[in-house]
Design a protein around this ligand. Structure first.
Ligand code: FUB
Length: 344
């Protein structure tokens, strides 16, 4: 190849990259007058709804087990379109109104069925055990009225409810360390549970089909198996790839995409599969680490474009005071996704 050809090819390559960048919506903070995190996005009634955690300042820090994420209520936000004004629908559920809950309202999600809305949330019960609760409402904006008790057989954190094209609903959940998943095996609490280390297989997130009334699991939760490209489970020591928390499930061109955080290595990874139950095959890093310890995503197609909702701590400089954001991304022709820059 002579120099002229190389020069032309480089110019075309750079031009394509720059136009892709400028054609796309760059990252945008959604809420700046309060701290919010863990955004779950849904399109309800033709509007974009975001269901986040509501971060607050807390005295007393318990670094390793997340005690400083001491949230006490939830707000709901909506937009008419992706560039539109973000409306705060106010407090839709408070800790004081949840009869079984003791503390720490963590990452929630919401689902719609037959015109009713189901708001799912993790909270520690009065014995400091994370359970997953559900509160119901007649509108995606809330308010939501909690059920008197958590979902039977629920444990750990980060519920994400996915509606498949056949109308079935599934809850994905689980999170390590502060999220307590290491305290369980085969859905049973252990006397003393530890995160697998060394050559032991890593723990998986869980999935359970929802009951027709959306208030309970319709089955025992199953492992959501995530394998590397050679079909092997990740080892407990492989902190760059193994699941930690914050699962989200979306579908693209008939494939199921599972995205999740690796926690202490701060990656958002993704894996694909042919069934909501998996197994899923690891594909790569969806987003490189953001500012802050936690990273948590949700994904939706809005008006023909794809968006990732996430959070970072650029504005506060504190791990437990986060701001939710959105940015556009594109799929490659083969369905893969190039790593999104989390620092952007
Ligand atoms: O917001 C509290 C916890 O931090 C969430 O449940 C995790 O996913 C992490 O973002």
């Amino acid at each position: 190849m002579n120099t002229k050809v190389i020069l032309i090819a480089t110019t075309i390559f750079l031009f394509a990259g720059i136009s892709k960048m400028f054609g796309q919506m760059q990252s945008r903070y959604l809420v700046e007058d309060m701290y919010t995190a863990d955004p779950s996005v849904h399109i309800f009634d033709g509007k974009i709804f975001v269901y986040p955690s509501h971060d607050i300042h807390t005295e007393g820090v318990d670094g390793a087990m997340g005690g400083h994420y001491n949230m006490k209520d939830y707000h709901v936000f909506s937009m008419e379109n992706i560039n539109g004004k973000v409306k705060d629908h106010g407090v839709v559920l408070s800790l004081d109104d949840i009869p079984w809950a003791g503390r720490q309202l963590w990452a929630p999600d919401c689902a719609e069925k037959d015109g009713k809305y189901y708001f799912y949330f993790p909270a520690k019960d009065k014995n400091d055990i994370f359970r997953i609760g559900v509160a119901t409402g007649d509108s995606p904006e809330g308010p939501f009225v909690p059920q008197p008790a958590p979902i039977i057989r629920s444990y750990s954190i980060d519920p994400a409810v996915f509606k498949d094209d056949d109308g079935k609903y599934y809850m994905y959940f689980g999170g390590l360390r502060g999220g307590q998943l290491q305290r369980y095996r085969n859905n049973k609490a252990l006397e003393c549970g530890e995160e697998p280390s060394g050559d032991k297989d890593a723990l998986y997130p869980k999935i359970a089909a929802m009951s027709d009334d959306m208030l309970q699991f319709a089955e025992e939760p199953h492992d959501v198996v995530i394998l590397d490209k050679q079909g092997r489970p990740f080892k407990g020591s492989d902190h760059q790839h193994r699941f930690f928390e914050g699962v989200w499930l979306h579908k693209y061109q008939g494939k199921y995409y599972l995205s999740y955080s690796t926690g202490n290595t701060h990656n958002l990874c993704y894996a694909t599969g042919d069934s909501p139950y998996g197994p899923f095959t690891y594909q790569g890093i969806l987003m490189s680490p953001v500012h802050g310890w936690t990273t948590h995503n949700s994904i939706a197609e809005i008006d023909g474009k794809w968006y990732i909702f996430y959070h970072d701590t650029k504005q506060s400089g504190k791990n437990y005071l986060r701001n939710i954001k959105v940015r556009e991304f594109e799929y490659n022709e083969d369905g893969s996704i190039d790593t999104i820059d989390g620092m952007d």
